[in-house]
Design a protein around this ligand. Sequence first.
Ligand code: ADP
Length: 480
Amino acid sequence: MKKRNLKRKLLLEIFEATGDGIRAVDKDFNIIIANSKMAEICGVPVEKQIGAKCFEVFPSDACGTDSCTLKRVLSGESIMYEEKLRKGRKGDIWTSHVATPLTNSEGKIVGMIESFRDITERKLIEQKLRESEKKYRILTEKSLTGIYIFQNGKFIFVNQKFCDIFGYKKEELLGMKFWKLIHPEYREVVKERGLKRERGEKVPEQYEMKIITKDGKVKWVEIRATQIIYEGKPAVLGNLIDITEEKEAERVLREYAEELEKTNELKDIFIDILRHDLINPISVIEGLSKLAFQEKSVKKLRRDLMIIARNAEKIRNLIENAALLGKLESKKELEFTQVNINDLIMEVINDFPQCEHKIKANIPKKEIIIEANPIIKEIFSNLISNAIKYSPENSTIEIGLEEKEISILIYVKDQGIGIPDKYKKDIFQRFTRLKKEGVKGSGLGLAIVKRLVELHNGRVWVEDNKPRGSIFYVELPKNQ
Ligand code: ADP
């Protein structure tokens, strides 16, 4: 008897000492026994629980339905689940609920034993975690900037926008070295900066660079990055925005500004022409025509008229050249067709009267066809006209054509005054004349030649002819 009492006492002590709320309920929903932890969990003192109906003391949504715990346990089920129960006025609490059948000495189910653990706090934390996870997902996944983290140079996190910018799937990017995405022009410097940043060294926080998307497109991005500690190790967290459109707009604007500048330059050319070059011949025409009225000698009159005509021609020449140069300067490219260069050069030569100079052509018989614009005639007529202007009468001018592998070379050789080395480059700038006095031309001829050659992706230069004179060379690609 004494022993039995001891055992009962011990069991009661364990029953009280356990951290879980425990109670027993009979078949008729009456609570038979409950420990003080149970009273704490459900908020009803033990004495008030004993004899009360379980659904009155600590009800749940399952009470009165087919999912009633007791009903299920009476049919032999053992139950373990997380359940929300109503704790009087204090509202709902979350419990981890275990219920097993209570049997009598014959093994017949006569009720159930239940244990409850208050897990409200854990549930709240879980809910908060879920909410913060949701916020984090919205923040990163819906973010308009690409977000990434790399560690040891390899991506360990990328958000959806980052994938969209680069055109890769998340799985393809994770584990990839970050510099693989960078355009070769920027790759080395970005790699070096990224690795330095990861090591915590000082590098610029923000910069622009070009990247290559999965399908090979080049895009401009702006990045901002910083070192972080991720899972105990240094890493780099960065965000990046696609600035391709802004860059494009910038380029268009720059081009527009350049065009404006060119237009201004052209305006300057015309003003220059008006101020310096037209004034002279106009003054000559004006002065001589006034004198002509009083001139008695027919011979002198004829000479004056000839000078007037020559000056008028000079004005026309000047205006035509200025208009041509203006047109060429504003052009970015020309249209090309198949041009028979042998015929074209011969046509130009034949346009010059063979009286005061001997013009010799050194053109191969084999026809050479190049891709060019027929306007290149201007190149050769300008060079031949200069050769005539700047070399003595009766001297020989030679025009030659040579075919090379991918280009053709044309030269115009004279025995004239020659060009000192220090001016060999400058003469291709407009209005550069070596001798201002007694100027014959417009000062625009070689500028036109240079622009035309540029538009044909070729080159032009001048060398000395031996023993005297100059050789102008023009090299043009056969195909554009
Ligand atoms: P322009 O002949 O109308 O002055 P160009 O632009 O054709 O203008 O030539 C610029 C300058 O280059 C000339 O004024 C002249 O001083 C020099 N030049 C051009 N061609 C020759 C040449 N064949 N021999 C010597 N000097 C030349």
